[in-house]
Write a protein that binds this ligand. Sequence first.
Ligand SMILES: Cc1cc2nc3c(=O)[nH]c(=O)nc-3n(C[C@H](O)[C@H](O)[C@H](O)COP(=O)(O)OP(=O)(O)OC[C@H]3O[C@@H](n4cnc5c(N)ncnc54)[C@H](O)[C@@H]3O)c2cc1C
Length: 399
Amino acid sequence: MTRQMDLPHLGEALGTDFFSVREQFTDEQWARFLAVRRFVDREVLPVAGDYWERAEVPWPLIRRLPELGVVGESITGHGAAAMSPMAAGLVHMELHRGDGSLGTFLGVHAGLAMQSIDMCGSEEQKARWLPPMATLDQIGAFALTEPEHGSDSVALETTARREGHTWVLDGSKRWIGNGTLADLVVVWARDVADGRVKGFVVETPAEGYTASVITGKVSLRSVWQADIELRGVRVPEENRLQEAHSFADTARVLATTRSSCAWMALGHATAGYETALAYLRERRQFGKPLVSFQIVQERLVRMLAALTGMQLYCMQIGRLAEAGRLSPTVAGLAKMHNTRTAREVLAEARDLMGGNGILLQNHVIRHMADIEAIHTFEGTETVQTLIVGRDITGISAFT
Ligand SMILES: Cc1cc2nc3c(=O)[nH]c(=O)nc-3n(C[C@H](O)[C@H](O)[C@H](O)COP(=O)(O)OP(=O)(O)OC[C@H]3O[C@@H](n4cnc5c(N)ncnc54)[C@H](O)[C@@H]3O)c2cc1C
């Protein structure tokens, strides 16, 4: 054992599956899962910490995503991945087991931007934008959140004013993933004529569109979010998403990505549990491996129990999605449960690894920082709780 505890394979998959959940995977699900798992272990883990420390976008890893056939969620046609919902969830899980920034890049590009176009665009719009997005020749962003409207994005203030065949967009957006890099930005704005929220694809560069990276971020450092200003940005009617008629359509997109967040959280928690277990098998104190102490075993077993619960949540939301029966409320409960549980598992993992737990080379501290953003975006834990609370009581506590 070296002075630094030289464990180069720390973080690689151990295949934790205590309840034999994976026996239920189909061949398609296994194939996607294993392809991404190999990619993560061989290509992502050796470099993720360095990209994170430098807050640098990992372009070589991003360019591998179309080659792996994982860009486009469950969208069919247009060169998209056409994954089953369960396979798409497994891809999110495995990418986040390796690197939350890489996974979030894909979540924004495919989960939010491509799915907005697929769910709310006309056939002509899908044929125009989805093929270059599936190959990552064009990068997407999804601009909903505003400086004054996060959890209450339903009250967004960005305006869309129609002038003949053109729409004029004015407003500010905040926290927009890929906002400085994207070629196609799905902007949600309120039509001043009827007060309804509509979706517009802004093709950049566009006059009046400016984006600046939010710096000083200590979560998901190697994926960039932006502050965006829209000052009289003109888009043709052909760029208005033809099937987005109100905020309910925006919410339809968010409901699908909410379940992805539950899978992402499972990936981060898996990394925490497996890294801690591998480390504790090697680390000796009081003349014995740390895993031989009862309290350490008890803490590991509690982490395993939490992880297994998260796996079962994901398996069931995957099944419901495959049957077309996943409700936004059920997805909300899964996100709420899994991001909260992942935070707990990661905090345990970090502590169990002692001082080495705060080193980037050992991964856990990065996952611990990254889960914070996932806990917050696409509806905070509290907001998911209020949504489920409304469902079970019949009373809305937030509108
Ligand atoms: C890394 C990152 C990436 C993101 N990417 C995108 C993106 O690509 N596109 C996009 O549009 N947005 C994006 N977001 C924005 C994200 O969706 C919002 O941050 C999120 O919805 C929360 O909004 P907020 O940060 O303004 O927090 P706030 O809404 O100000 O909430 C602050 C706190 O108050 C609580 N709270 C709010 N309302 C209530 C209530 N009624 N009762 C009790 N408590 C309440 C919240 O739970 C939270 O704890 C991203 C955010 C982050 C951090």
